[in-house]
Design a binder for this molecule. Structure first.
Ligand SMILES: [Zn+2]
Length: 122
């Protein structure tokens, strides 16, 4: 009985420390807010959407390299200045000829915030 309590205590302490690390790390990454039309395959209406993404490129793992529409596309896209990947600014999908290879991480929900944390831990 006593050792079970101890294990429980160590477990909760570890979870607490890990979540503190996650909370401390994630906000350090800046975000990028962009208004654009969908430019990847999607059922979304072809109108302007405003979205906020973590400024992190999942393809090359660089931070703060996403630039708003340097190529001047009509829809407005996000481009990684490190690896030149283009992302749809509405869905966050990588616009690769043969389908999306990766997705930007939305800064609009806790769920994706946790995903970003998992990505950083890999
Ligand atoms: Zn990149």
């Amino acid at each position: 009985m006593k050792s079970n309590h101890k294990r429980f205590f160590i477990g909760t302490t570890l979870i607490l420390i890990l979540s503190l690390v996650a909370v401390a790390m994630v906000p350090a990454i800046s975000t990028v807010t962009v208004t654009a039309k969908p430019s990847a395959d999607t059922n979304l209406p072809y109108v302007n959407h405003t979205t906020t993404w973590y400024n992190y490129c999942p393809l090359c793992g660089s931070y703060n390299t996403l630039v708003i529409n340097p190529k001047g596309t009509y829809e407005v896209e996000l481009t990684c200045s490190a690896c030149q990947a283009d992302y749809c600014a509405v869905t966050g999908q990588d616009k690769y000829g043969h389908g999306s290879r990766a997705n930007l991480i939305s800064a609009e929900s806790d769920y994706s915030r946790n995903n970003l944390f998992m990505e950083l831990m890999n």
